[in-house]
Design a protein. Structure first.
Length: 102
């Protein structure tokens, strides 16, 4: 009665084993905005080129896979939740109810 659960069971729920649907929508929208900007803006200087390419690069950075997390967007969301949540934790151990009675 030994059951072996493979380590990559969550990958079967992801697109190509890496992306969630939101990740692909975010990446495709960033690339689409970059392509539209490339078509309509003249790339006369380095700064304009950097600004035009930035939506695609930023979206690619956000959906980049990271070990122990899903992607960079996941790390940023968890970091924000940690920093904005309550940082003092109240102990509720075995004598918590007796301490309240006093």
């Amino acid at each position: 009665m030994n059951y072996l659960i493979p380590a990559n069971t969550k990958k079967g729920q992801l697109i190509l084993g890496i992306f969630r649907p939101f990740d692909l929508i975010l990446f495709c929208s960033g690339v689409l905005v970059t392509i539209i900007l490339l078509a309509f803006l003249p790339l006369s200087s380095t700064w304009v080129t950097i600004l035009v390419l930035s939506p695609g690069v930023i979206c690619a950075f956000l959906v980049m896979p990271v070990p122990y997390y899903h992607n960079m967007l996941n790390i940023i969301i968890e970091l924000y939740e940690f920093l904005t949540s309550r940082q003092t934790y109240r102990w509720k151990g075995w004598c918590y109810k007796e301490w309240q009675r006093k």
